[in-house]
Ligand binder design. Structure first.
Ligand code: NAD
Length: 245
């Protein structure tokens, strides 16, 4: 059976993925964090990559380069769930996808990926006189804003309208720019992740949303993605491929 390696294993998501694997009976070779082995005894990503078939990375953008190198050195498939990735990070993922199977997803839950499809449909049908605003709330420890999921939902709306998603500007002083996709980020408490996409026109408004009640939904999705990715040819894949959306 496919053996997993968890990168960022000491973090909230790393622990949730180890729990989900145990519940599902999926073997985990080991887990590595910034300071070395969390369990399994492998000192770093390279050593862990040698001992598993698929790596799952939920850590920090700074670690992506070494995780891509480790996966490629051993020809292992890699699931990247880390958010806050830069354009250079995405280019590095594209380059690695020439050599190994990689799935990058800012959100691994079924619900959010279905929501993205619904948002795309609404944005395409409603046209540019409907303003798109995305509101998200996460726990107080989250590092990046807007969330990777908010950007994923913004991308879905932008693509459906055939426009590019500009670098999100959280400074909302002044008049709303026509055609812009706006973002608002709330941080506090222990919220696992709430997203509401508001489509607003003169006199009416549609709200499409998703609330994550626990990290277990992301962990189960990441596990499903890892098992699906094992043995796939080199290339870059998405959760839509896994979920058949
Ligand atoms: P966290 O801070 O609890 O965990 C991150 C872990 O990465 C920490 O244990 C940290 O020590 C570790 N780390 C730092 N540098 C490292 C390195 N060089 N090598 C290995 N590990 C290193 O954060 P979290 O809540 O678990 O989230 C982790 C990431 O996953 C974030 O980017 C978050 O936004 C993202 N996330 C994605 C999804 C999804 O569905 N794709 C869902 C939830 C969170």
């Amino acid at each position: 059976m496919t053996r997993l390696g968890i990168l960022g294993a000491g973090g909230r998501m790393g622990r949730a993925i180890a729990d989900a694997a145990e519940t599902a009976g999926v073997p985990v070779a080991g887990g590595v964090d910034r300071d070395g082995a969390v369990f399994g005894g492998y000192a770093d990503a390279h050593a862990l990559a040698g001992a598993c078939e698929v790596l799952i990375d939920f850590s920090v953008p700074d670690a992506l380069g070494s995780h891509l190198a480790a996966a490629q050195a051993h020809g292992r498939a890699l699931v990247v769930g880390t958010t806050g990735l830069s354009a250079d990070d995405h280019a590095a993922i594209d380059a690695a996808a020439a050599n190994i199977a990689i799935l990058q997803a800012a959100n691994t839950s079924l619900g959010v990926n279905l929501l993205a499809a619904l948002v795309a449909q609404a944005a395409a049908r409603l046209g540019p006189d409907w303003d798109v605003e995305i509101v998200e709330m996460h726990h107080r420890h989250k590092l990046d804003a807007p969330s990777g999921t908010a950007l994923l939902l913004g991308q879905a709306a932008a693509r459906a309208r055939g426009v590019a998603l500009d670098t999100p500007n959280l400074d909302r002083n002044g008049k709303r720019e026509e055609g812009a996709i706006g973002f608002a980020s709330l941080r506090g408490g222990s919220v696992a992740g709430d997203h509401i996409v508001v489509l607003a026109a003169e006199g009416e408004r549609i709200e499409l949303g998703h609330r994550a009640e626990s990290r277990a939904i992301f962990a189960r999705g990441a596990l499903k993605a890892a098992l699906w990715l094992a043995g796939k040819p080199a290339g870059r894949y998405t959760m839509a491929d896994v979920l058949g959306l």
